[in-house]
Design a binder for this molecule. Structure first.
Ligand SMILES: *Cc1c(COP(=O)(O)O)cnc(C)c1O
Length: 398
């Protein structure tokens, strides 16, 4: 049932199988880190070359008008919107997720000035929680409360990730959103680890943020996105009022007047070359069924869990409905184990103190890759290959 031939047969019947050819993947590598940095779409290099040589080189500063650079935060936002259940005019792209967290949590807090509690998950990806702490400190008089306390009745805003970066555990977005809003608080979702891996729907939420370099494959340093529910667009304030969020940036007025609509959440000059890579990534997503992506993701992660068996303790939920597109395993010597895997062509990553993470990006991960990764893991553990001294030395990025 779980042998290699069976996995090859699953690949042959996979409706998404042809998408793998649209990515550049080195020979001999099983890449299970698409949840950290998505693989390179084949057409990205040409789109970036065009942005550099034809647009920048050929049009110079005229590119802001001629090549549509100025509008990219909004045009790419509209293209990305369907991936998170949003509509046109509701998403702006730019900056980083950290910045977008700051902007949305601050905007939400300002919409509930009578409340002085911000709820955040201490286990969330740390930058989210750091941003909340920094904001609370700047605003003064705010309490930061852990989500696990489960009390929202005096909260202004709740910030949470749909899928946990460490364990892959997934929250029930509609249920949590309804509970938070019924308590009178505003809900901000971070979808960094769910967008591109499953059907995401933030349309009930008040705000949402996410990045484009993980499952969306827009490349290292690609810009983040920020969603505002239309019911807040008129009143929500950007606490980082940069000139690109101004109603008339080129009037160069001394005072800030927010643009109408989602543009008010733009800050400064967009990262034009990174937007080119994002556009190429979105060209792929526009042809993908997210229902098929989620179905394959569930099948890939379930197969990996079955193949690992009880060789290692599972840190991810066993029930696929409660899981994102990653499988996390505990090992007290997780770092050298992962280094030994990478040395043998199986790329996952390590999250301190003791978690091995394997991300399964459904557009380019095959069932046979899952089989081979599990086989290499079994060998590394059985023969204790990870005990080699060279694997213990930590690199700067784990
Ligand atoms: C990846 C990730 C980030 C990254 O933030 P940047 O500012 O883009 O570096 C933030 N939050 C979560 C939950 C993430 O998974």
């Amino acid at each position: 049932m779980l042998d290699r031939d069976h996995c090859l047969a699953l690949d042959a019947g996979d409706p998404l199988r042809d998408f793998r050819d649209e990515f550049v993947l080195p020979e001999g590598v099983v890449y299970l880190v698409g949840n950290s940095l998505g693989a390179l779409p084949r057409r990205t290099a040409e789109r970036v070359r065009q942005a550099v040589e034809d647009e920048w080189g050929g049009q110079l500063v005229g590119g802001w008008n001629l090549a549509g650079w100025y509008e990219q935060p909004l045009t790419t936002g509209d293209r990305l919107a369907p991936l998170i259940g949003a509509g046109p005019g509701q998403v702006v792209v730019g900056n980083t997720t950290s910045i977008a967290v700051y902007q949305t949590v601050a905007a939400a807090a300002r919409l509930r000035p009578d409340r002085r509690v911000i709820v955040s998950d201490v286990r969330n990806f740390p930058t989210d929680h750091y941003m909340v702490q920094g904001l609370a400190g700047l605003l003064g008089g705010y309490e930061v409360r852990d989500f696990a306390e489960g009390r929202f009745d005096d909260a202004a805003v709740v910030l949470l990730s749909e899928v946990d970066y460490r364990t892959g555990a997934r929250h029930d977005v509609p249920a949590v959103t309804a509970r938070v809003q019924a308590a009178g608080a505003l809900m901000v979702w971070d979808v960094c680890h769910s967008v591109g891996a499953m059907e995401v729907d933030v349309s009930m939420a008040d705000f949402a943020v996410g990045c484009t370099y993980k499952y969306l494959n827009a490349g290292p340093g690609a810009p983040a996105f920020l969603y505002v529910n239309p019911r807040h667009l008129a009143a929500a304030e950007n606490v980082l009022p940069g000139w690109h969020g101004h109603a008339e940036p080129f009037a160069f007025e001394p005072g800030f007047r927010p643009a109408e609509g989602i543009r008010r959440f733009a800050v400064g000059t967009p990262h034009v070359l990174s937007f080119a890579a994002l556009e190429a990534a979105l060209d792929v997503w526009e042809r993908v069924s997210m229902r098929q992506v989620r179905a394959k993701s569930v099948a890939l992660t379930s197969l990996f869990i079955d193949l690992v068996g009880d060789a290692l303790e599972l840190a991810s939920p066993l029930d696929a409905a409660d899981r994102g597109s990653q499988v996390s395993l505990y090992h007290p010597d997780g770092y050298p184990v992962m280094r030994a895997l990478i040395d043998r062509g199986v790329h996952g990553d390590f999250r301190a103190p003791d978690i091995l993470r394997f991300g399964f990006a459904p557009l380019y991960t095959r069932f046979v890759d899952v089989h081979d990764a599990a086989a290499v893991l079994a060998e590394v553990l059985e023969k204790e290959l990870w005990r080699e001294e060279k694997y213990a030395r930590r690199l700067a990025v784990t």
